[in-house]
Design a protein around this ligand. Structure first.
Ligand code: KG4
Ligand code: ZN
Length: 350
């Protein structure tokens, strides 16, 4: 086993928490050396959503091949890898187990440390992979298929959750609304594309929980509102696009209002937007113009770093392993794992 005082070289990251197999190599000096992603969209499309058992099986088929691709792209042999990181949660248990088992097996055979990392922490820190990264402390808006959170980020592993969703996550609301509009899975990007041809203002959706103090969210009502509007306009072929636009505008306004409120409440001057819904063009544009008007800054990872990927896992693994953190040999994953439980990286007790 390598020692803590060795300079930590390239770390391999493996992401298998849901329907994307992501692998990447990150090195403190060289940066992101290689990355590869395989999306299971086609596999799940017929079912209108992710089928967990199919997801696990496909991760088994794809992960090692992607590891080889990424090593070749990075021009590294396996021996050059100093550590292996994998997503240990939150996510689908079977899918997580695949990545965890492969990553731990690889690390064991290479005699390097392995570490299980938190998927949402990886999203949250992914903006640090970009050229002009924010300084700590900053606020983060985490918007994915399973989470909607506003977090005060004081440093790596120092997270205070300021707001959370009381029901559906925002990505989930996009996906469910898209489905009832008859759009294919994954619904978020499909709904956003349809909204482009929709007329703004024809339908007016509520901005949930913005009329009361606090930073929590609720998105399930919007989905019902979309359903009722759709039913009431069944005979109008242009209604779906206008509903998509009204839904997207309501979500984007609601998120913007809560972000402004979080900036006011905390006095932070930087906001990172991360997670799959962070790829939404209208959200990115509106937060940017609001922040410019109000004198704070918003940071986005590029859209393919917003959605699930191996790069954020390799990077977070590198950060935590560099900080001396080590996992034991067990293969543990967690379907649920509150972000607030995380701690800063620290060397394991001898
Ligand atoms: O972070 P992510 O890739 O996976 C999870 O960790 O959940 O987020 C996936 C979510 C899905 O709900 C998807 O519909 C949504 O992000 N999404 C979008 C867009 N791209 C992905 N939602 C709205 N607009 C988009 N452009
Ligand atoms: Zn994610």
């Amino acid at each position: 086993m390598r020692h803590l005082d060795d300079v930590l070289g390239p770390v391999l990251g493996v992401e298998t928490s849901c329907d994307e197999t992501g692998v990447a190599v990150y090195d403190g000096e060289a940066g992101l050396m290689g990355e590869a992603l395989y999306s299971q969209i086609a596999l799940h499309a017929d079912y209108g959503g992710v089928v967990p058992e199919l997801a696990s099986r496909d991760h088994i088929r794809k992960t090692l091949g992607l590891v080889n691709t990424v090593l070749a792209e990075s021009q590294l042999t396996r021996d050059a890898i100093h550590g292996v990181a994998y997503t240990a949660g939150p996510g689908l248990v079977g899918a997580l187990m695949v990545g965890a088992s492969i990553a731990r097996g690889l690390a064991w055979s290479l005699k390097v440390p392995a570490i299980g990392v938190h998927h949402m922490e990886a999203h949250l820190l992914s903006a640090l992979l970009e050229k002009d990264p924010p300084d700590f402390p900053f606020l983060a808006l985490l918007v994915s298929g399973g989470h909607t959170m506003l977090v005060d980020v004081k440093g790596v592993g120092q997270y205070e959750v300021l707001g959370n969703t009381l029901d559906d996550a925002v990505g989930e609301a996009f996906d469910k609304t898209a489905r009832l509009l008859g759009l294919p899975y994954p619904g978020g990007p499909a709904l956003a594309a349809l909204a482009e041809s929709g007329r703004a203002g024809r339908f007016r959706f509520p901005r949930p929980m913005t009329d009361r103090p606090g930073l929590d969210f609720s998105f399930s009502g919007l989905k019902t509102f979309a359903f009722n509007t759709f039913e009431a306009n069944k005979d109008d072929p242009t209604a779906a696009a206008d509903i998509a636009r009204a839904f997207e505008d309501a979500v984007v306004d609601t998120l913007t209002i809560k972000c402004r409120r979080a900036v006011e409440q905390t006095g932070r001057d930087s906001l990172v937007v991360a997670g799959g819904v962070g790829a939404n063009t209208r959200l990115r544009a509106q937060l940017k113009s609001t922040s410019q008007k109000e004198g704070w800054r918003v940071f986005y990872p590029r859209p393919d770093l917003c959605t699930d990927n191996g790069a954020m896992i390799a990077y977070l693994g590198w950060l935590r392993l560099s900080g001396g953190e080590r996992g034991d040999m067990s293969i543990n994953v967690r379907a649920r794992w509150p972000l607030g439980e995380l701690l800063p990286p620290a060397p394991a007790a001898e």
